[in-house]
Design a protein around this ligand. Sequence first.
Ligand SMILES: Cc1cc2nc3c(=O)[nH]c(=O)nc-3n(C[C@H](O)[C@H](O)[C@H](O)COP(=O)(O)O)c2cc1C
Length: 215
Amino acid sequence: MLTVGEAIRQRRSIRKFLDKPVSDEIILELLEAARLAPSGSNRQPWRFIVVTDTSERARLRQICLDQAFVEQAPVVFVCCADLTAYSQASRQKRAQEFIDYGVTGTLSGRFADPEFRDLLASMPDTDLGLYRAAAVANTYIAIEHMVLTAVALGLGCCWVGATGQEGEIHALFNLPKTLVVAAVLPVGYPDKVPPPRPRISISEILVRPVEAAVK
Ligand SMILES: Cc1cc2nc3c(=O)[nH]c(=O)nc-3n(C[C@H](O)[C@H](O)[C@H](O)COP(=O)(O)O)c2cc1C
């Protein structure tokens, strides 16, 4: 298995896969990598549909703007963000777990104050749609955990953000409106590994220069 650094450097978006199935063990390992991702207030909004069925993959390809590799990959994860993870009931459940698991003592700042935590837990439900951006952002972290784990295990994948018209994937899998489709992730054994795509330099990503990055 590759180290994290090796997986980060070797990762490419793979859009051509070998005709070789992905084992259930690997599928579970990828889901486990997602499960362990961090999330704001430990809300864990990520939810997945594991698609191996050929006709479902073919329909997904159509929906995802006819991107052929979506059908070709032996397994496709439809990665969703669950808005109900932000409901008051979920919030209270997560807060209680912090107490049950004895991790409240590891919190700091205002979160170390039980009264502040009680206040957060007691806040009533608002429009869950307000949490859409947070839910998707947290789900993206889990997806990238899966991506890097796939690379470390010798597999390849490609993020698919072009997930079609609103409601198309919902209709295919009969999903509730509280699930937001964040991305689709086709996974398989790479057939063709492309050269690295260019990246902007460290100095370009720095809003304020640091000496170490000045050459
Ligand atoms: C959120 C997101 C959505 C993407 N959607 C697509 C997509 O729909 N189709 C596709 O071919 N590539 C997609 N990509 C892959 C990018 O094109 C790719 O990551 C980028 O060009 C850099 O290439 P690399 O991943 O090989 O380093 C997506 C990547 C991300 C992170």
